[in-house]
Ligand binder design. Structure first.
Ligand SMILES: [Zn+2]
Length: 797
């Protein structure tokens, strides 16, 4: 029992102070084990002129797993997510922090604290607003650390993750003032201040633990409580990566206000939101999925264990459409001439990092003639048996929320309601390519995995500065305009990839962010499976295409392993410590800000090959049956690699799993750099597949063409009469790659290539290729785009 709160908070401070700016690690500073957020209410005004989002966020908390009062902790459902998910620490005694009470702390006034402790360079403006300092300036200032110590560090510090924000005010919310809230309180007699504080926290506790079937009532009271008056300002200070809040003389998290309101503003240069113009030159703003997630959009608890629900009201000029992670497709309400209000909510708890917003003059793309959207399951059941409906009857393992897996009507919904938004100038292209693909890909996903975890989907074509080909968030998928080039292949595969993230990445998240492969490996693997079903390919054809894809990915992985730091090639960099957090819940994401890592595909590729190799070993039918069971068991929860592997090996018949062990898989695939040994043995087979041999034949022809073209002088040159085979998009990629590995191709051959395969009309990666075909290095980069979620397309062009 030596740990005390002071040391926790100091550790937090030290963590921030000791971060080496030269290093690329990313801190998650929120002390989720002391206070755990359950719900956010955002109320925001978006101003395009000043490029600022301003408003309030109200956070509803439960005291964290380490801070519950002795006997009363387990009242009903109040055992929080962190108890569930932080198994590593679960065996330790749960004790409340012990602090030394000192009169000194109570004398510290608001200004005193804010001025002394805000740290870094003075970033407060004339109005006394406090800003997160610049990264470089926030790290060396150990002096301020001491200031904190001298100014009442015995008080409990609530630490939230944020950066690039101006915080104006923090206050406690008087939830007891909400009319009708009495029903959440057992003893309504209020006498002294202490009791009133307890009453407020009791109300919040009752509210956040309402049973799932009362979610409407819960949302209603979240709204009412978020609008309740303030009842006292709280002291706060900002660091580079955090906002620290305390209340004078409150030393234990359980006595800290469970509902607080923060008044704040974003900054135009904030790294979470991108202010830009769309392809029709109209202003827009969107979250772009940077490594810092939403920290520069709202103060939050970043560690994934802080799974919460949210509701958001956004007011902005009436020419804009507000899209967001919300399960309702919001209809705007007119507040006054030229001003609309949009309201979204979710009832499924998810990490705050998954929240996404996009505001612009988007046009909804609709089908001209209304053709039948929804296909029957029979069309898609040729390859995979229907999702096993019996599984629905099993109960869910997550905290209670209105879950689609428990709702037979939702479970049998092949295609969820969906809309497509795009800038005006891309409307027709979207109608042509995207509209038809979405129901096909959604049905294919349902045929493979069963229940769609989310009730609806918006797909948005994002501005051209978007840094990847696609991004999946709850209820919304961003696609780059690049997927609209050429035929349906790139668009379809990318859509399948993002749709797969609804299950892997969103409904089932990685408990430790370094295990990115859980999200990207699965999405890459499932992308092929969904796309084959969506195209209704016969089994053999699907297999051939997947082998070709495997070869392409193998070549990519081989190149990357040769050209990157070994340390960055490991899928589980924290090894057996993966998933561990500090006593207060903080942790550091290794290489989280490393620019090189951000561009690497190793998590996609090695993860994909691991899943593919397991499928081969176990047999596809058994494997998919298992995946559905796995989704049934773990949706709504966070996992580590071993959760997947242990369940898999327990589940599969013994003769099939012979020789497989969790330890061996972890050692060979997850904990080592380089190419996994089992993969080295497998990679020989893809060269022999029919589609690859076909490409090799064409490569031979082209080399001959090239040789002849070089030998001949200008005068003798005549059109070569060579019959080339028609190639699939992925075959074409392989052909071009192979040719570029050969000796220099002469200009004439390149022109002929372009003409033969209509490269200027092909999918975007080949389009790019035709533009920079004279530079093999950029060609490789282009070809690499094929699988990547997070690479800057524009900077390559
Ligand atoms: Zn469920």
């Amino acid at each position: 029992m030596t740990e005390n709160l002071q040391s926790c908070c100091l550790a937090n401070w030290k963590m921030e102070m000791e971060l080496d700016p030269a290093k690329d690690d990313l801190p998650l500073m929120a002390n989720t084990r002391h206070m755990l957020v359950k719900h956010y209410v955002l109320d925001l005004d978006v101003d395009f002129k000043s490029q600022v989002i301003e408003g309030t966020i109200v956070l509803f908390f439960e005291p964290g797993s380490r801070c519950k009062k002795g006997g009363s902790a387990g009242e009903g459902a109040c055992l929080s997510q962190s108890d569930e998910t932080c198994k590593i620490r679960a065996s330790e005694p749960c004790h409340s922090p012990v602090t030394n009470v000192s009169a000194r702390s109570s004398k510290t006034g608001y200004n005193d604290f804010a001025v002394c402790a805000k740290g870094e360079k003075d970033t407060s403006d004339k109005n006394g607003n406090h800003s997160n300092g610049e990264q470089a300036s926030g790290i060396s200032s150990s002096k301020n650390c001491c200031d904190i110590e001298n100014h009442g560090s015995e008080d409990f510090l609530l630490v939230l993750d944020c950066c690039d924000l101006s915080v104006l005010k923090v206050e406690e919310v008087d939830v007891a003032a909400v009319p009708g809230i009495e029903k959440f309180t057992r003893s309504a007699k209020l006498t002294d201040a202490e009791e009133l504080r307890n009453l407020r926290n009791q109300i919040v506790h009752e509210l956040v633990t309402l049973p799932a079937d009362r979610w409407r009532e819960q949302l209603y009271y979240y709204t009412r409580c978020s609008q309740a008056p303030g009842c006292g300002e709280l002291l706060f200070s900002t660091g580079t990566w955090s906002l620290m809040i305390r209340k004078a003389e409150v030393q234990a998290p359980r006595d800290f206000p469970c509902a607080i309101r923060i008044w704040y503003k974003t900054k135009p240069e904030g790294r979470s939101v991108t202010w830009t113009t769309d392809q029709s030159s109209r202003p827009c703003v969107y979250t772009m999925g940077s490594p810092i997630n939403n920290r520069a959009l709202f103060p939050c608890q970043e560690p994934p264990v802080a799974m919460s629900t949210w509701q958001t009201t956004v007011r902005t000029a009436s020419c804009f459409v507000v899209l967001m992670s919300g399960e309702n497709s919001a209809e705007p309400a007119q507040l006054q001439e030229g001003l609309l209000s949009w309201y979204y909510y979710v009832t499924m708890p998810m990490p705050a990092s998954t929240f996404t917003i996009a505001i612009g003059c988007w046009t909804e793309v609709k089908q001209e003639s209304h053709t039948a959207d929804v296909r029957t399951n029979n069309e898609f059941s040729s390859l995979f048996s229907r999702a096993d409906l019996r599984l629905i009857e099993g109960s869910c393992g997550h905290v209670a929320y209105p879950c689609r897996f428990q709702n037979p009507a939702a479970s049998s919904q092949l295609v969820i309601p969906h809309r497509v938004f795009a800038p005006w100038c891309l409307k027709d292209r979207c109608a042509e390519i995207l509209l038809e693909l979405i129901p096909q890909c959604l049905s294919a996903a349902h045929a493979t995995l069963g229940t769609h975890p989310f009730s609806r989907l918006d797909v948005l074509i994002v501005p051209s500065n978007f840094s990847s080909l696609g991004m999946a968030s709850p209820h919304i998928i961003f696609l780059s305009q690049s997927v609209l080039t050429g035929g349906s292949h790139l668009c379809g595969t990318r859509l399948c990839h993002e749709i797969a993230h609804a299950w892997f990445g969103l409904a089932i998240g990685a408990r430790d962010w370094t295990e990115e492969w859980i999200s990207e490996g699965f999405a890459t693997y499932l992308e092929d499976v969904f796309w084959a079903v969506a195209q209704q390919l016969p089994h053999d054809e699907a297999r051939e295409q997947q082998e070709l894809k495997a070869l392409l990915r193998w070549r990519r992985l081989r190149d990357e392993v040769q050209n990157s730091e070994e340390e960055l090639q490991v899928l589980r960099p924290n090894k057996e410590n993966t998933g561990e957090v500090s006593e207060s819940g903080t942790c550091i994401i290794k290489h989280g800000l490393n620019a090189e890592k951000i561009f690497m595909q190793v998590h996609y590729l090695k993860g994909y090959f691991l899943l593919q190799s397991l499928a081969k070993r176990i047999g596809e039918a058994t494997y998919f049956e298992f995946l559905r069971k796995f989704v049934q068991k773990f949706h709504g929860q966070l996992i580590l690699s071993q959760d997947f592997l242990y369940m898999l090996l327990e589940d599969i018949p013994e003769q099939k799993g012979y020789g497989l062990s969790v330890e061996n898989i972890i050692r060979a695939w997850l904990d080592t750099s380089g190419i996994p040994k089992p993969l080295l043995e497998e990679c020989q087979t893809w060269d022999q597949c029919r589609l690859v041999r076909q490409v090799n034949d064409e490569v031979t022809k082209w080399i001959q063409v090239n040789q002849r073209a070089r030998k001949r002088s200008k005068r003798k040159r005549r059109q070569d009469e060579v019959a080339f085979q028609k190639l699939l998009p992925d075959q074409l990629v392989l052909l071009l790659e192979s040719l570029l590995e050969e000796k220099t191709l002469c200009l004439r051959t390149l022109q002929c290539l372009e003409k033969t395969y209509h490269l200027d009309e092909q999918d975007s990666e080949k389009l790019g290729l035709s533009r920079c075909i004279h530079c093999p290095r950029s060609v490789n980069i282009f070809l690499n785009l094929n699988n990547l979620d997070s690479v800057s397309f524009d900077m390559l062009i």
